[in-house]
Design a binder for this molecule. Structure first.
Ligand SMILES: [Zn+2]
Length: 167
């Protein structure tokens, strides 16, 4: 598992145990290069999901990307990692059990907002404002696309994970 802080490939599992609800295995890892600590979860995947972007582009659903964008919103907020994990799992389970293999990016966004509202007001406001800006940016991008059809799409929807929060 690659270190999210320095990109080093060699990380060590320090602790491994089932989560409270017994739906996944939680592992505490430590990077051998920079000493950064992070947590990974092993879990069941029921169904392959595809996210349909506003542009109509289809990308495989990426749970880690969803987790990263939620973690950005929750940065420096006192919320238990397991609680965040449960929230993400709840959203994924809802999506997986909805019976559709394709979900709209907007649908995922509003589910996250709804879930964050119940967990942390500040994170909710952060996520909502980033999400709204993204939508406006996307509208602008759509406009540019219609003016210059051969323009390459530059990885929309990716959220940079912050390089802080070690330890
Ligand atoms: Zn590292």
């Amino acid at each position: 598992m690659r270190c999210p802080y320095c990109g080093h490939d060699d990380t060590q599992v320090k602790d491994s145990r089932p989560t409270e609800d017994n739906t996944s295995i939680r592992r505490r890892r430590s990077c051998l290069a920079c000493g950064g600590r992070f947590t990974t979860f092993e879990r069941v995947q029921l169904r392959e999901l595809t996210v349909v972007k506003r542009s109509g582009r289809r990308v495989p659903f990426d749970r880690d990307k969803l987790m990263r964008s939620v973690q950005v919103a929750l940065r420096k907020r006192a919320v238990e990692p397991e609680r965040i994990e449960r929230m993400i799992s709840g959203i994924v389970r809802q999506l997986e059990s909805a019976g559709e293999s394709e979900v709209k990016a907007e649908q995922v966004g509003s589910m996250v907002m709804e879930a964050l509202m119940a967990i942390d007001d500040v994170a909710y406001v952060r996520f909502a404002s980033v999400y709204r800006n993204f939508r406006e940016a996307k509208d602008f991008e759509d406009l540019l696309d219609s003016l210059a059809t051969d323009q390459e799409e530059a990885n929309p929807g990716s959220t940079e994970a912050p390089d802080e929060g070690k330890g």
